[in-house]
Write a protein that binds this ligand. Sequence first.
Ligand code: BGC
Length: 466
Amino acid sequence: MDTLSLRCVVPSLPCLALALLTSCSSINPLGHDSKGPLPRPPRPLPHADTKFAWGISTASYQYEDPAVKPGDKEYFSTDWDIMVSKGGAPKKGDALSSWTHFEKDLDALKKTGVTHYRFSLEWARIEPRMGEFNEGALDRYVAMARRLKAAGIEPVVCLWHFTFPDWLYDQKNPKASNWLHPKARERWLVYLDKVLPRLAPYTNYFAPQNEPNGQITTAYLVGQWPPAMTLALGTYWKAIDASTGMFRDAAARIKKVKPTAKVVSVEALPWWERSPLDPGGLFYNTMIHGNIDHLDRVWDVCDIIGINYYYSQVASPTSFISEAWRRGHNYTMMGWRIDPAGLYKEIRRVGDRYGKPMMITENGIATPNDSKRVWYMKNHLAAIGRAIRDGYDVRGYFSWSLADNYEWHYGYKAKFGLATMDSQTCDRILKPSAYKFRDTIRSTKTSGDVGKLQPSDGFKKMPLKP
Ligand code: BGC
């Protein structure tokens, strides 16, 4: 879940407290400015017409079945499983059974005609206990990359997508968990040395982390994700430091193992708007900080800046709270505001700030109404087209997601998929939006082609529900 926006499943006290703190305080509650390499001066880069990457993104925890049970040698568990076991999030079960049925994912991907596929490795599965590796699991991930390559689909391997092995989680001392566990960095290095040389022969794109900015905000300020700390500003900064250090470790090792591989950052980057309820702009500035604190410290080691964009939001206390009941025409079933123009503005901002090639590494809509999804995708692609026409170097678009999956706190309620799953056979059943996506991919090969995409006529024609 893109959580940087402090999306609240239900209006929560921490959100309100943060909101009040930020709009009343005369200081930035997140404290000091970002450290690290300063972003480059603004300007779009001149760029050539490049082959456009058409992809789909998924994540191990949201797709894979365990295929092992407590007591099995290969049994593993994550910090999220601990939270589920305490009733802090919906049960996951076997999700899309993608561990057992990767073939079915691959078939569905082939039908859409995508050129790229982003999936993630479950660290806990590869290293179920500290220092103990499941070689079979790693072989399996390598085989996935190999199979994709053989099918003409470029794997984009994400090394961490929100979940940590349970052995990095100290239930008695949340402050010393996950990023901040005393062994985290040391173990991360061992993990990198284990997985990178194995995957490198089949992988040209590595994403060290998925939305660390959103995860850290939700874990240390909102208190919704493990280790569930609320407004822990000092710990927030320590986690930013630790995660950026680990990102930079990964980037360096990726280049060492395969100098030609591309390092992709993947950050939650919703578009924020100022509100009259936030006259000093403190709330707005806080949100912007939350977006870029991590990226400002790693952009220089990235070849491609990945933008996960879903919506725009007014940065005000009330807009977070009203998310719980906002529905209808302009919103998704999670209450996120649909705003393709926000993506256009976000691309300009990221392009100007970092001056690097970009990819939209996630974009999608939770809706049971698939024609709304078609509209959403068409108009977000048109927004990318507009940015390309303006000279911004966007090289790819990844839809979130292949099939309806386990959506963190929303469980299985949020329908983001281009496909559904038949619960008996586990077959992936493509929705009409998947075929529309395929048609776009077939007719749009380069960034220049994407630059010609146009929006469909107005919002009015969009399906009303939900
Ligand atoms: C996350 C995904 C999530 C999606 C929709 C992204 O922020 O990377 O894991 O499912 O948003 O909420």
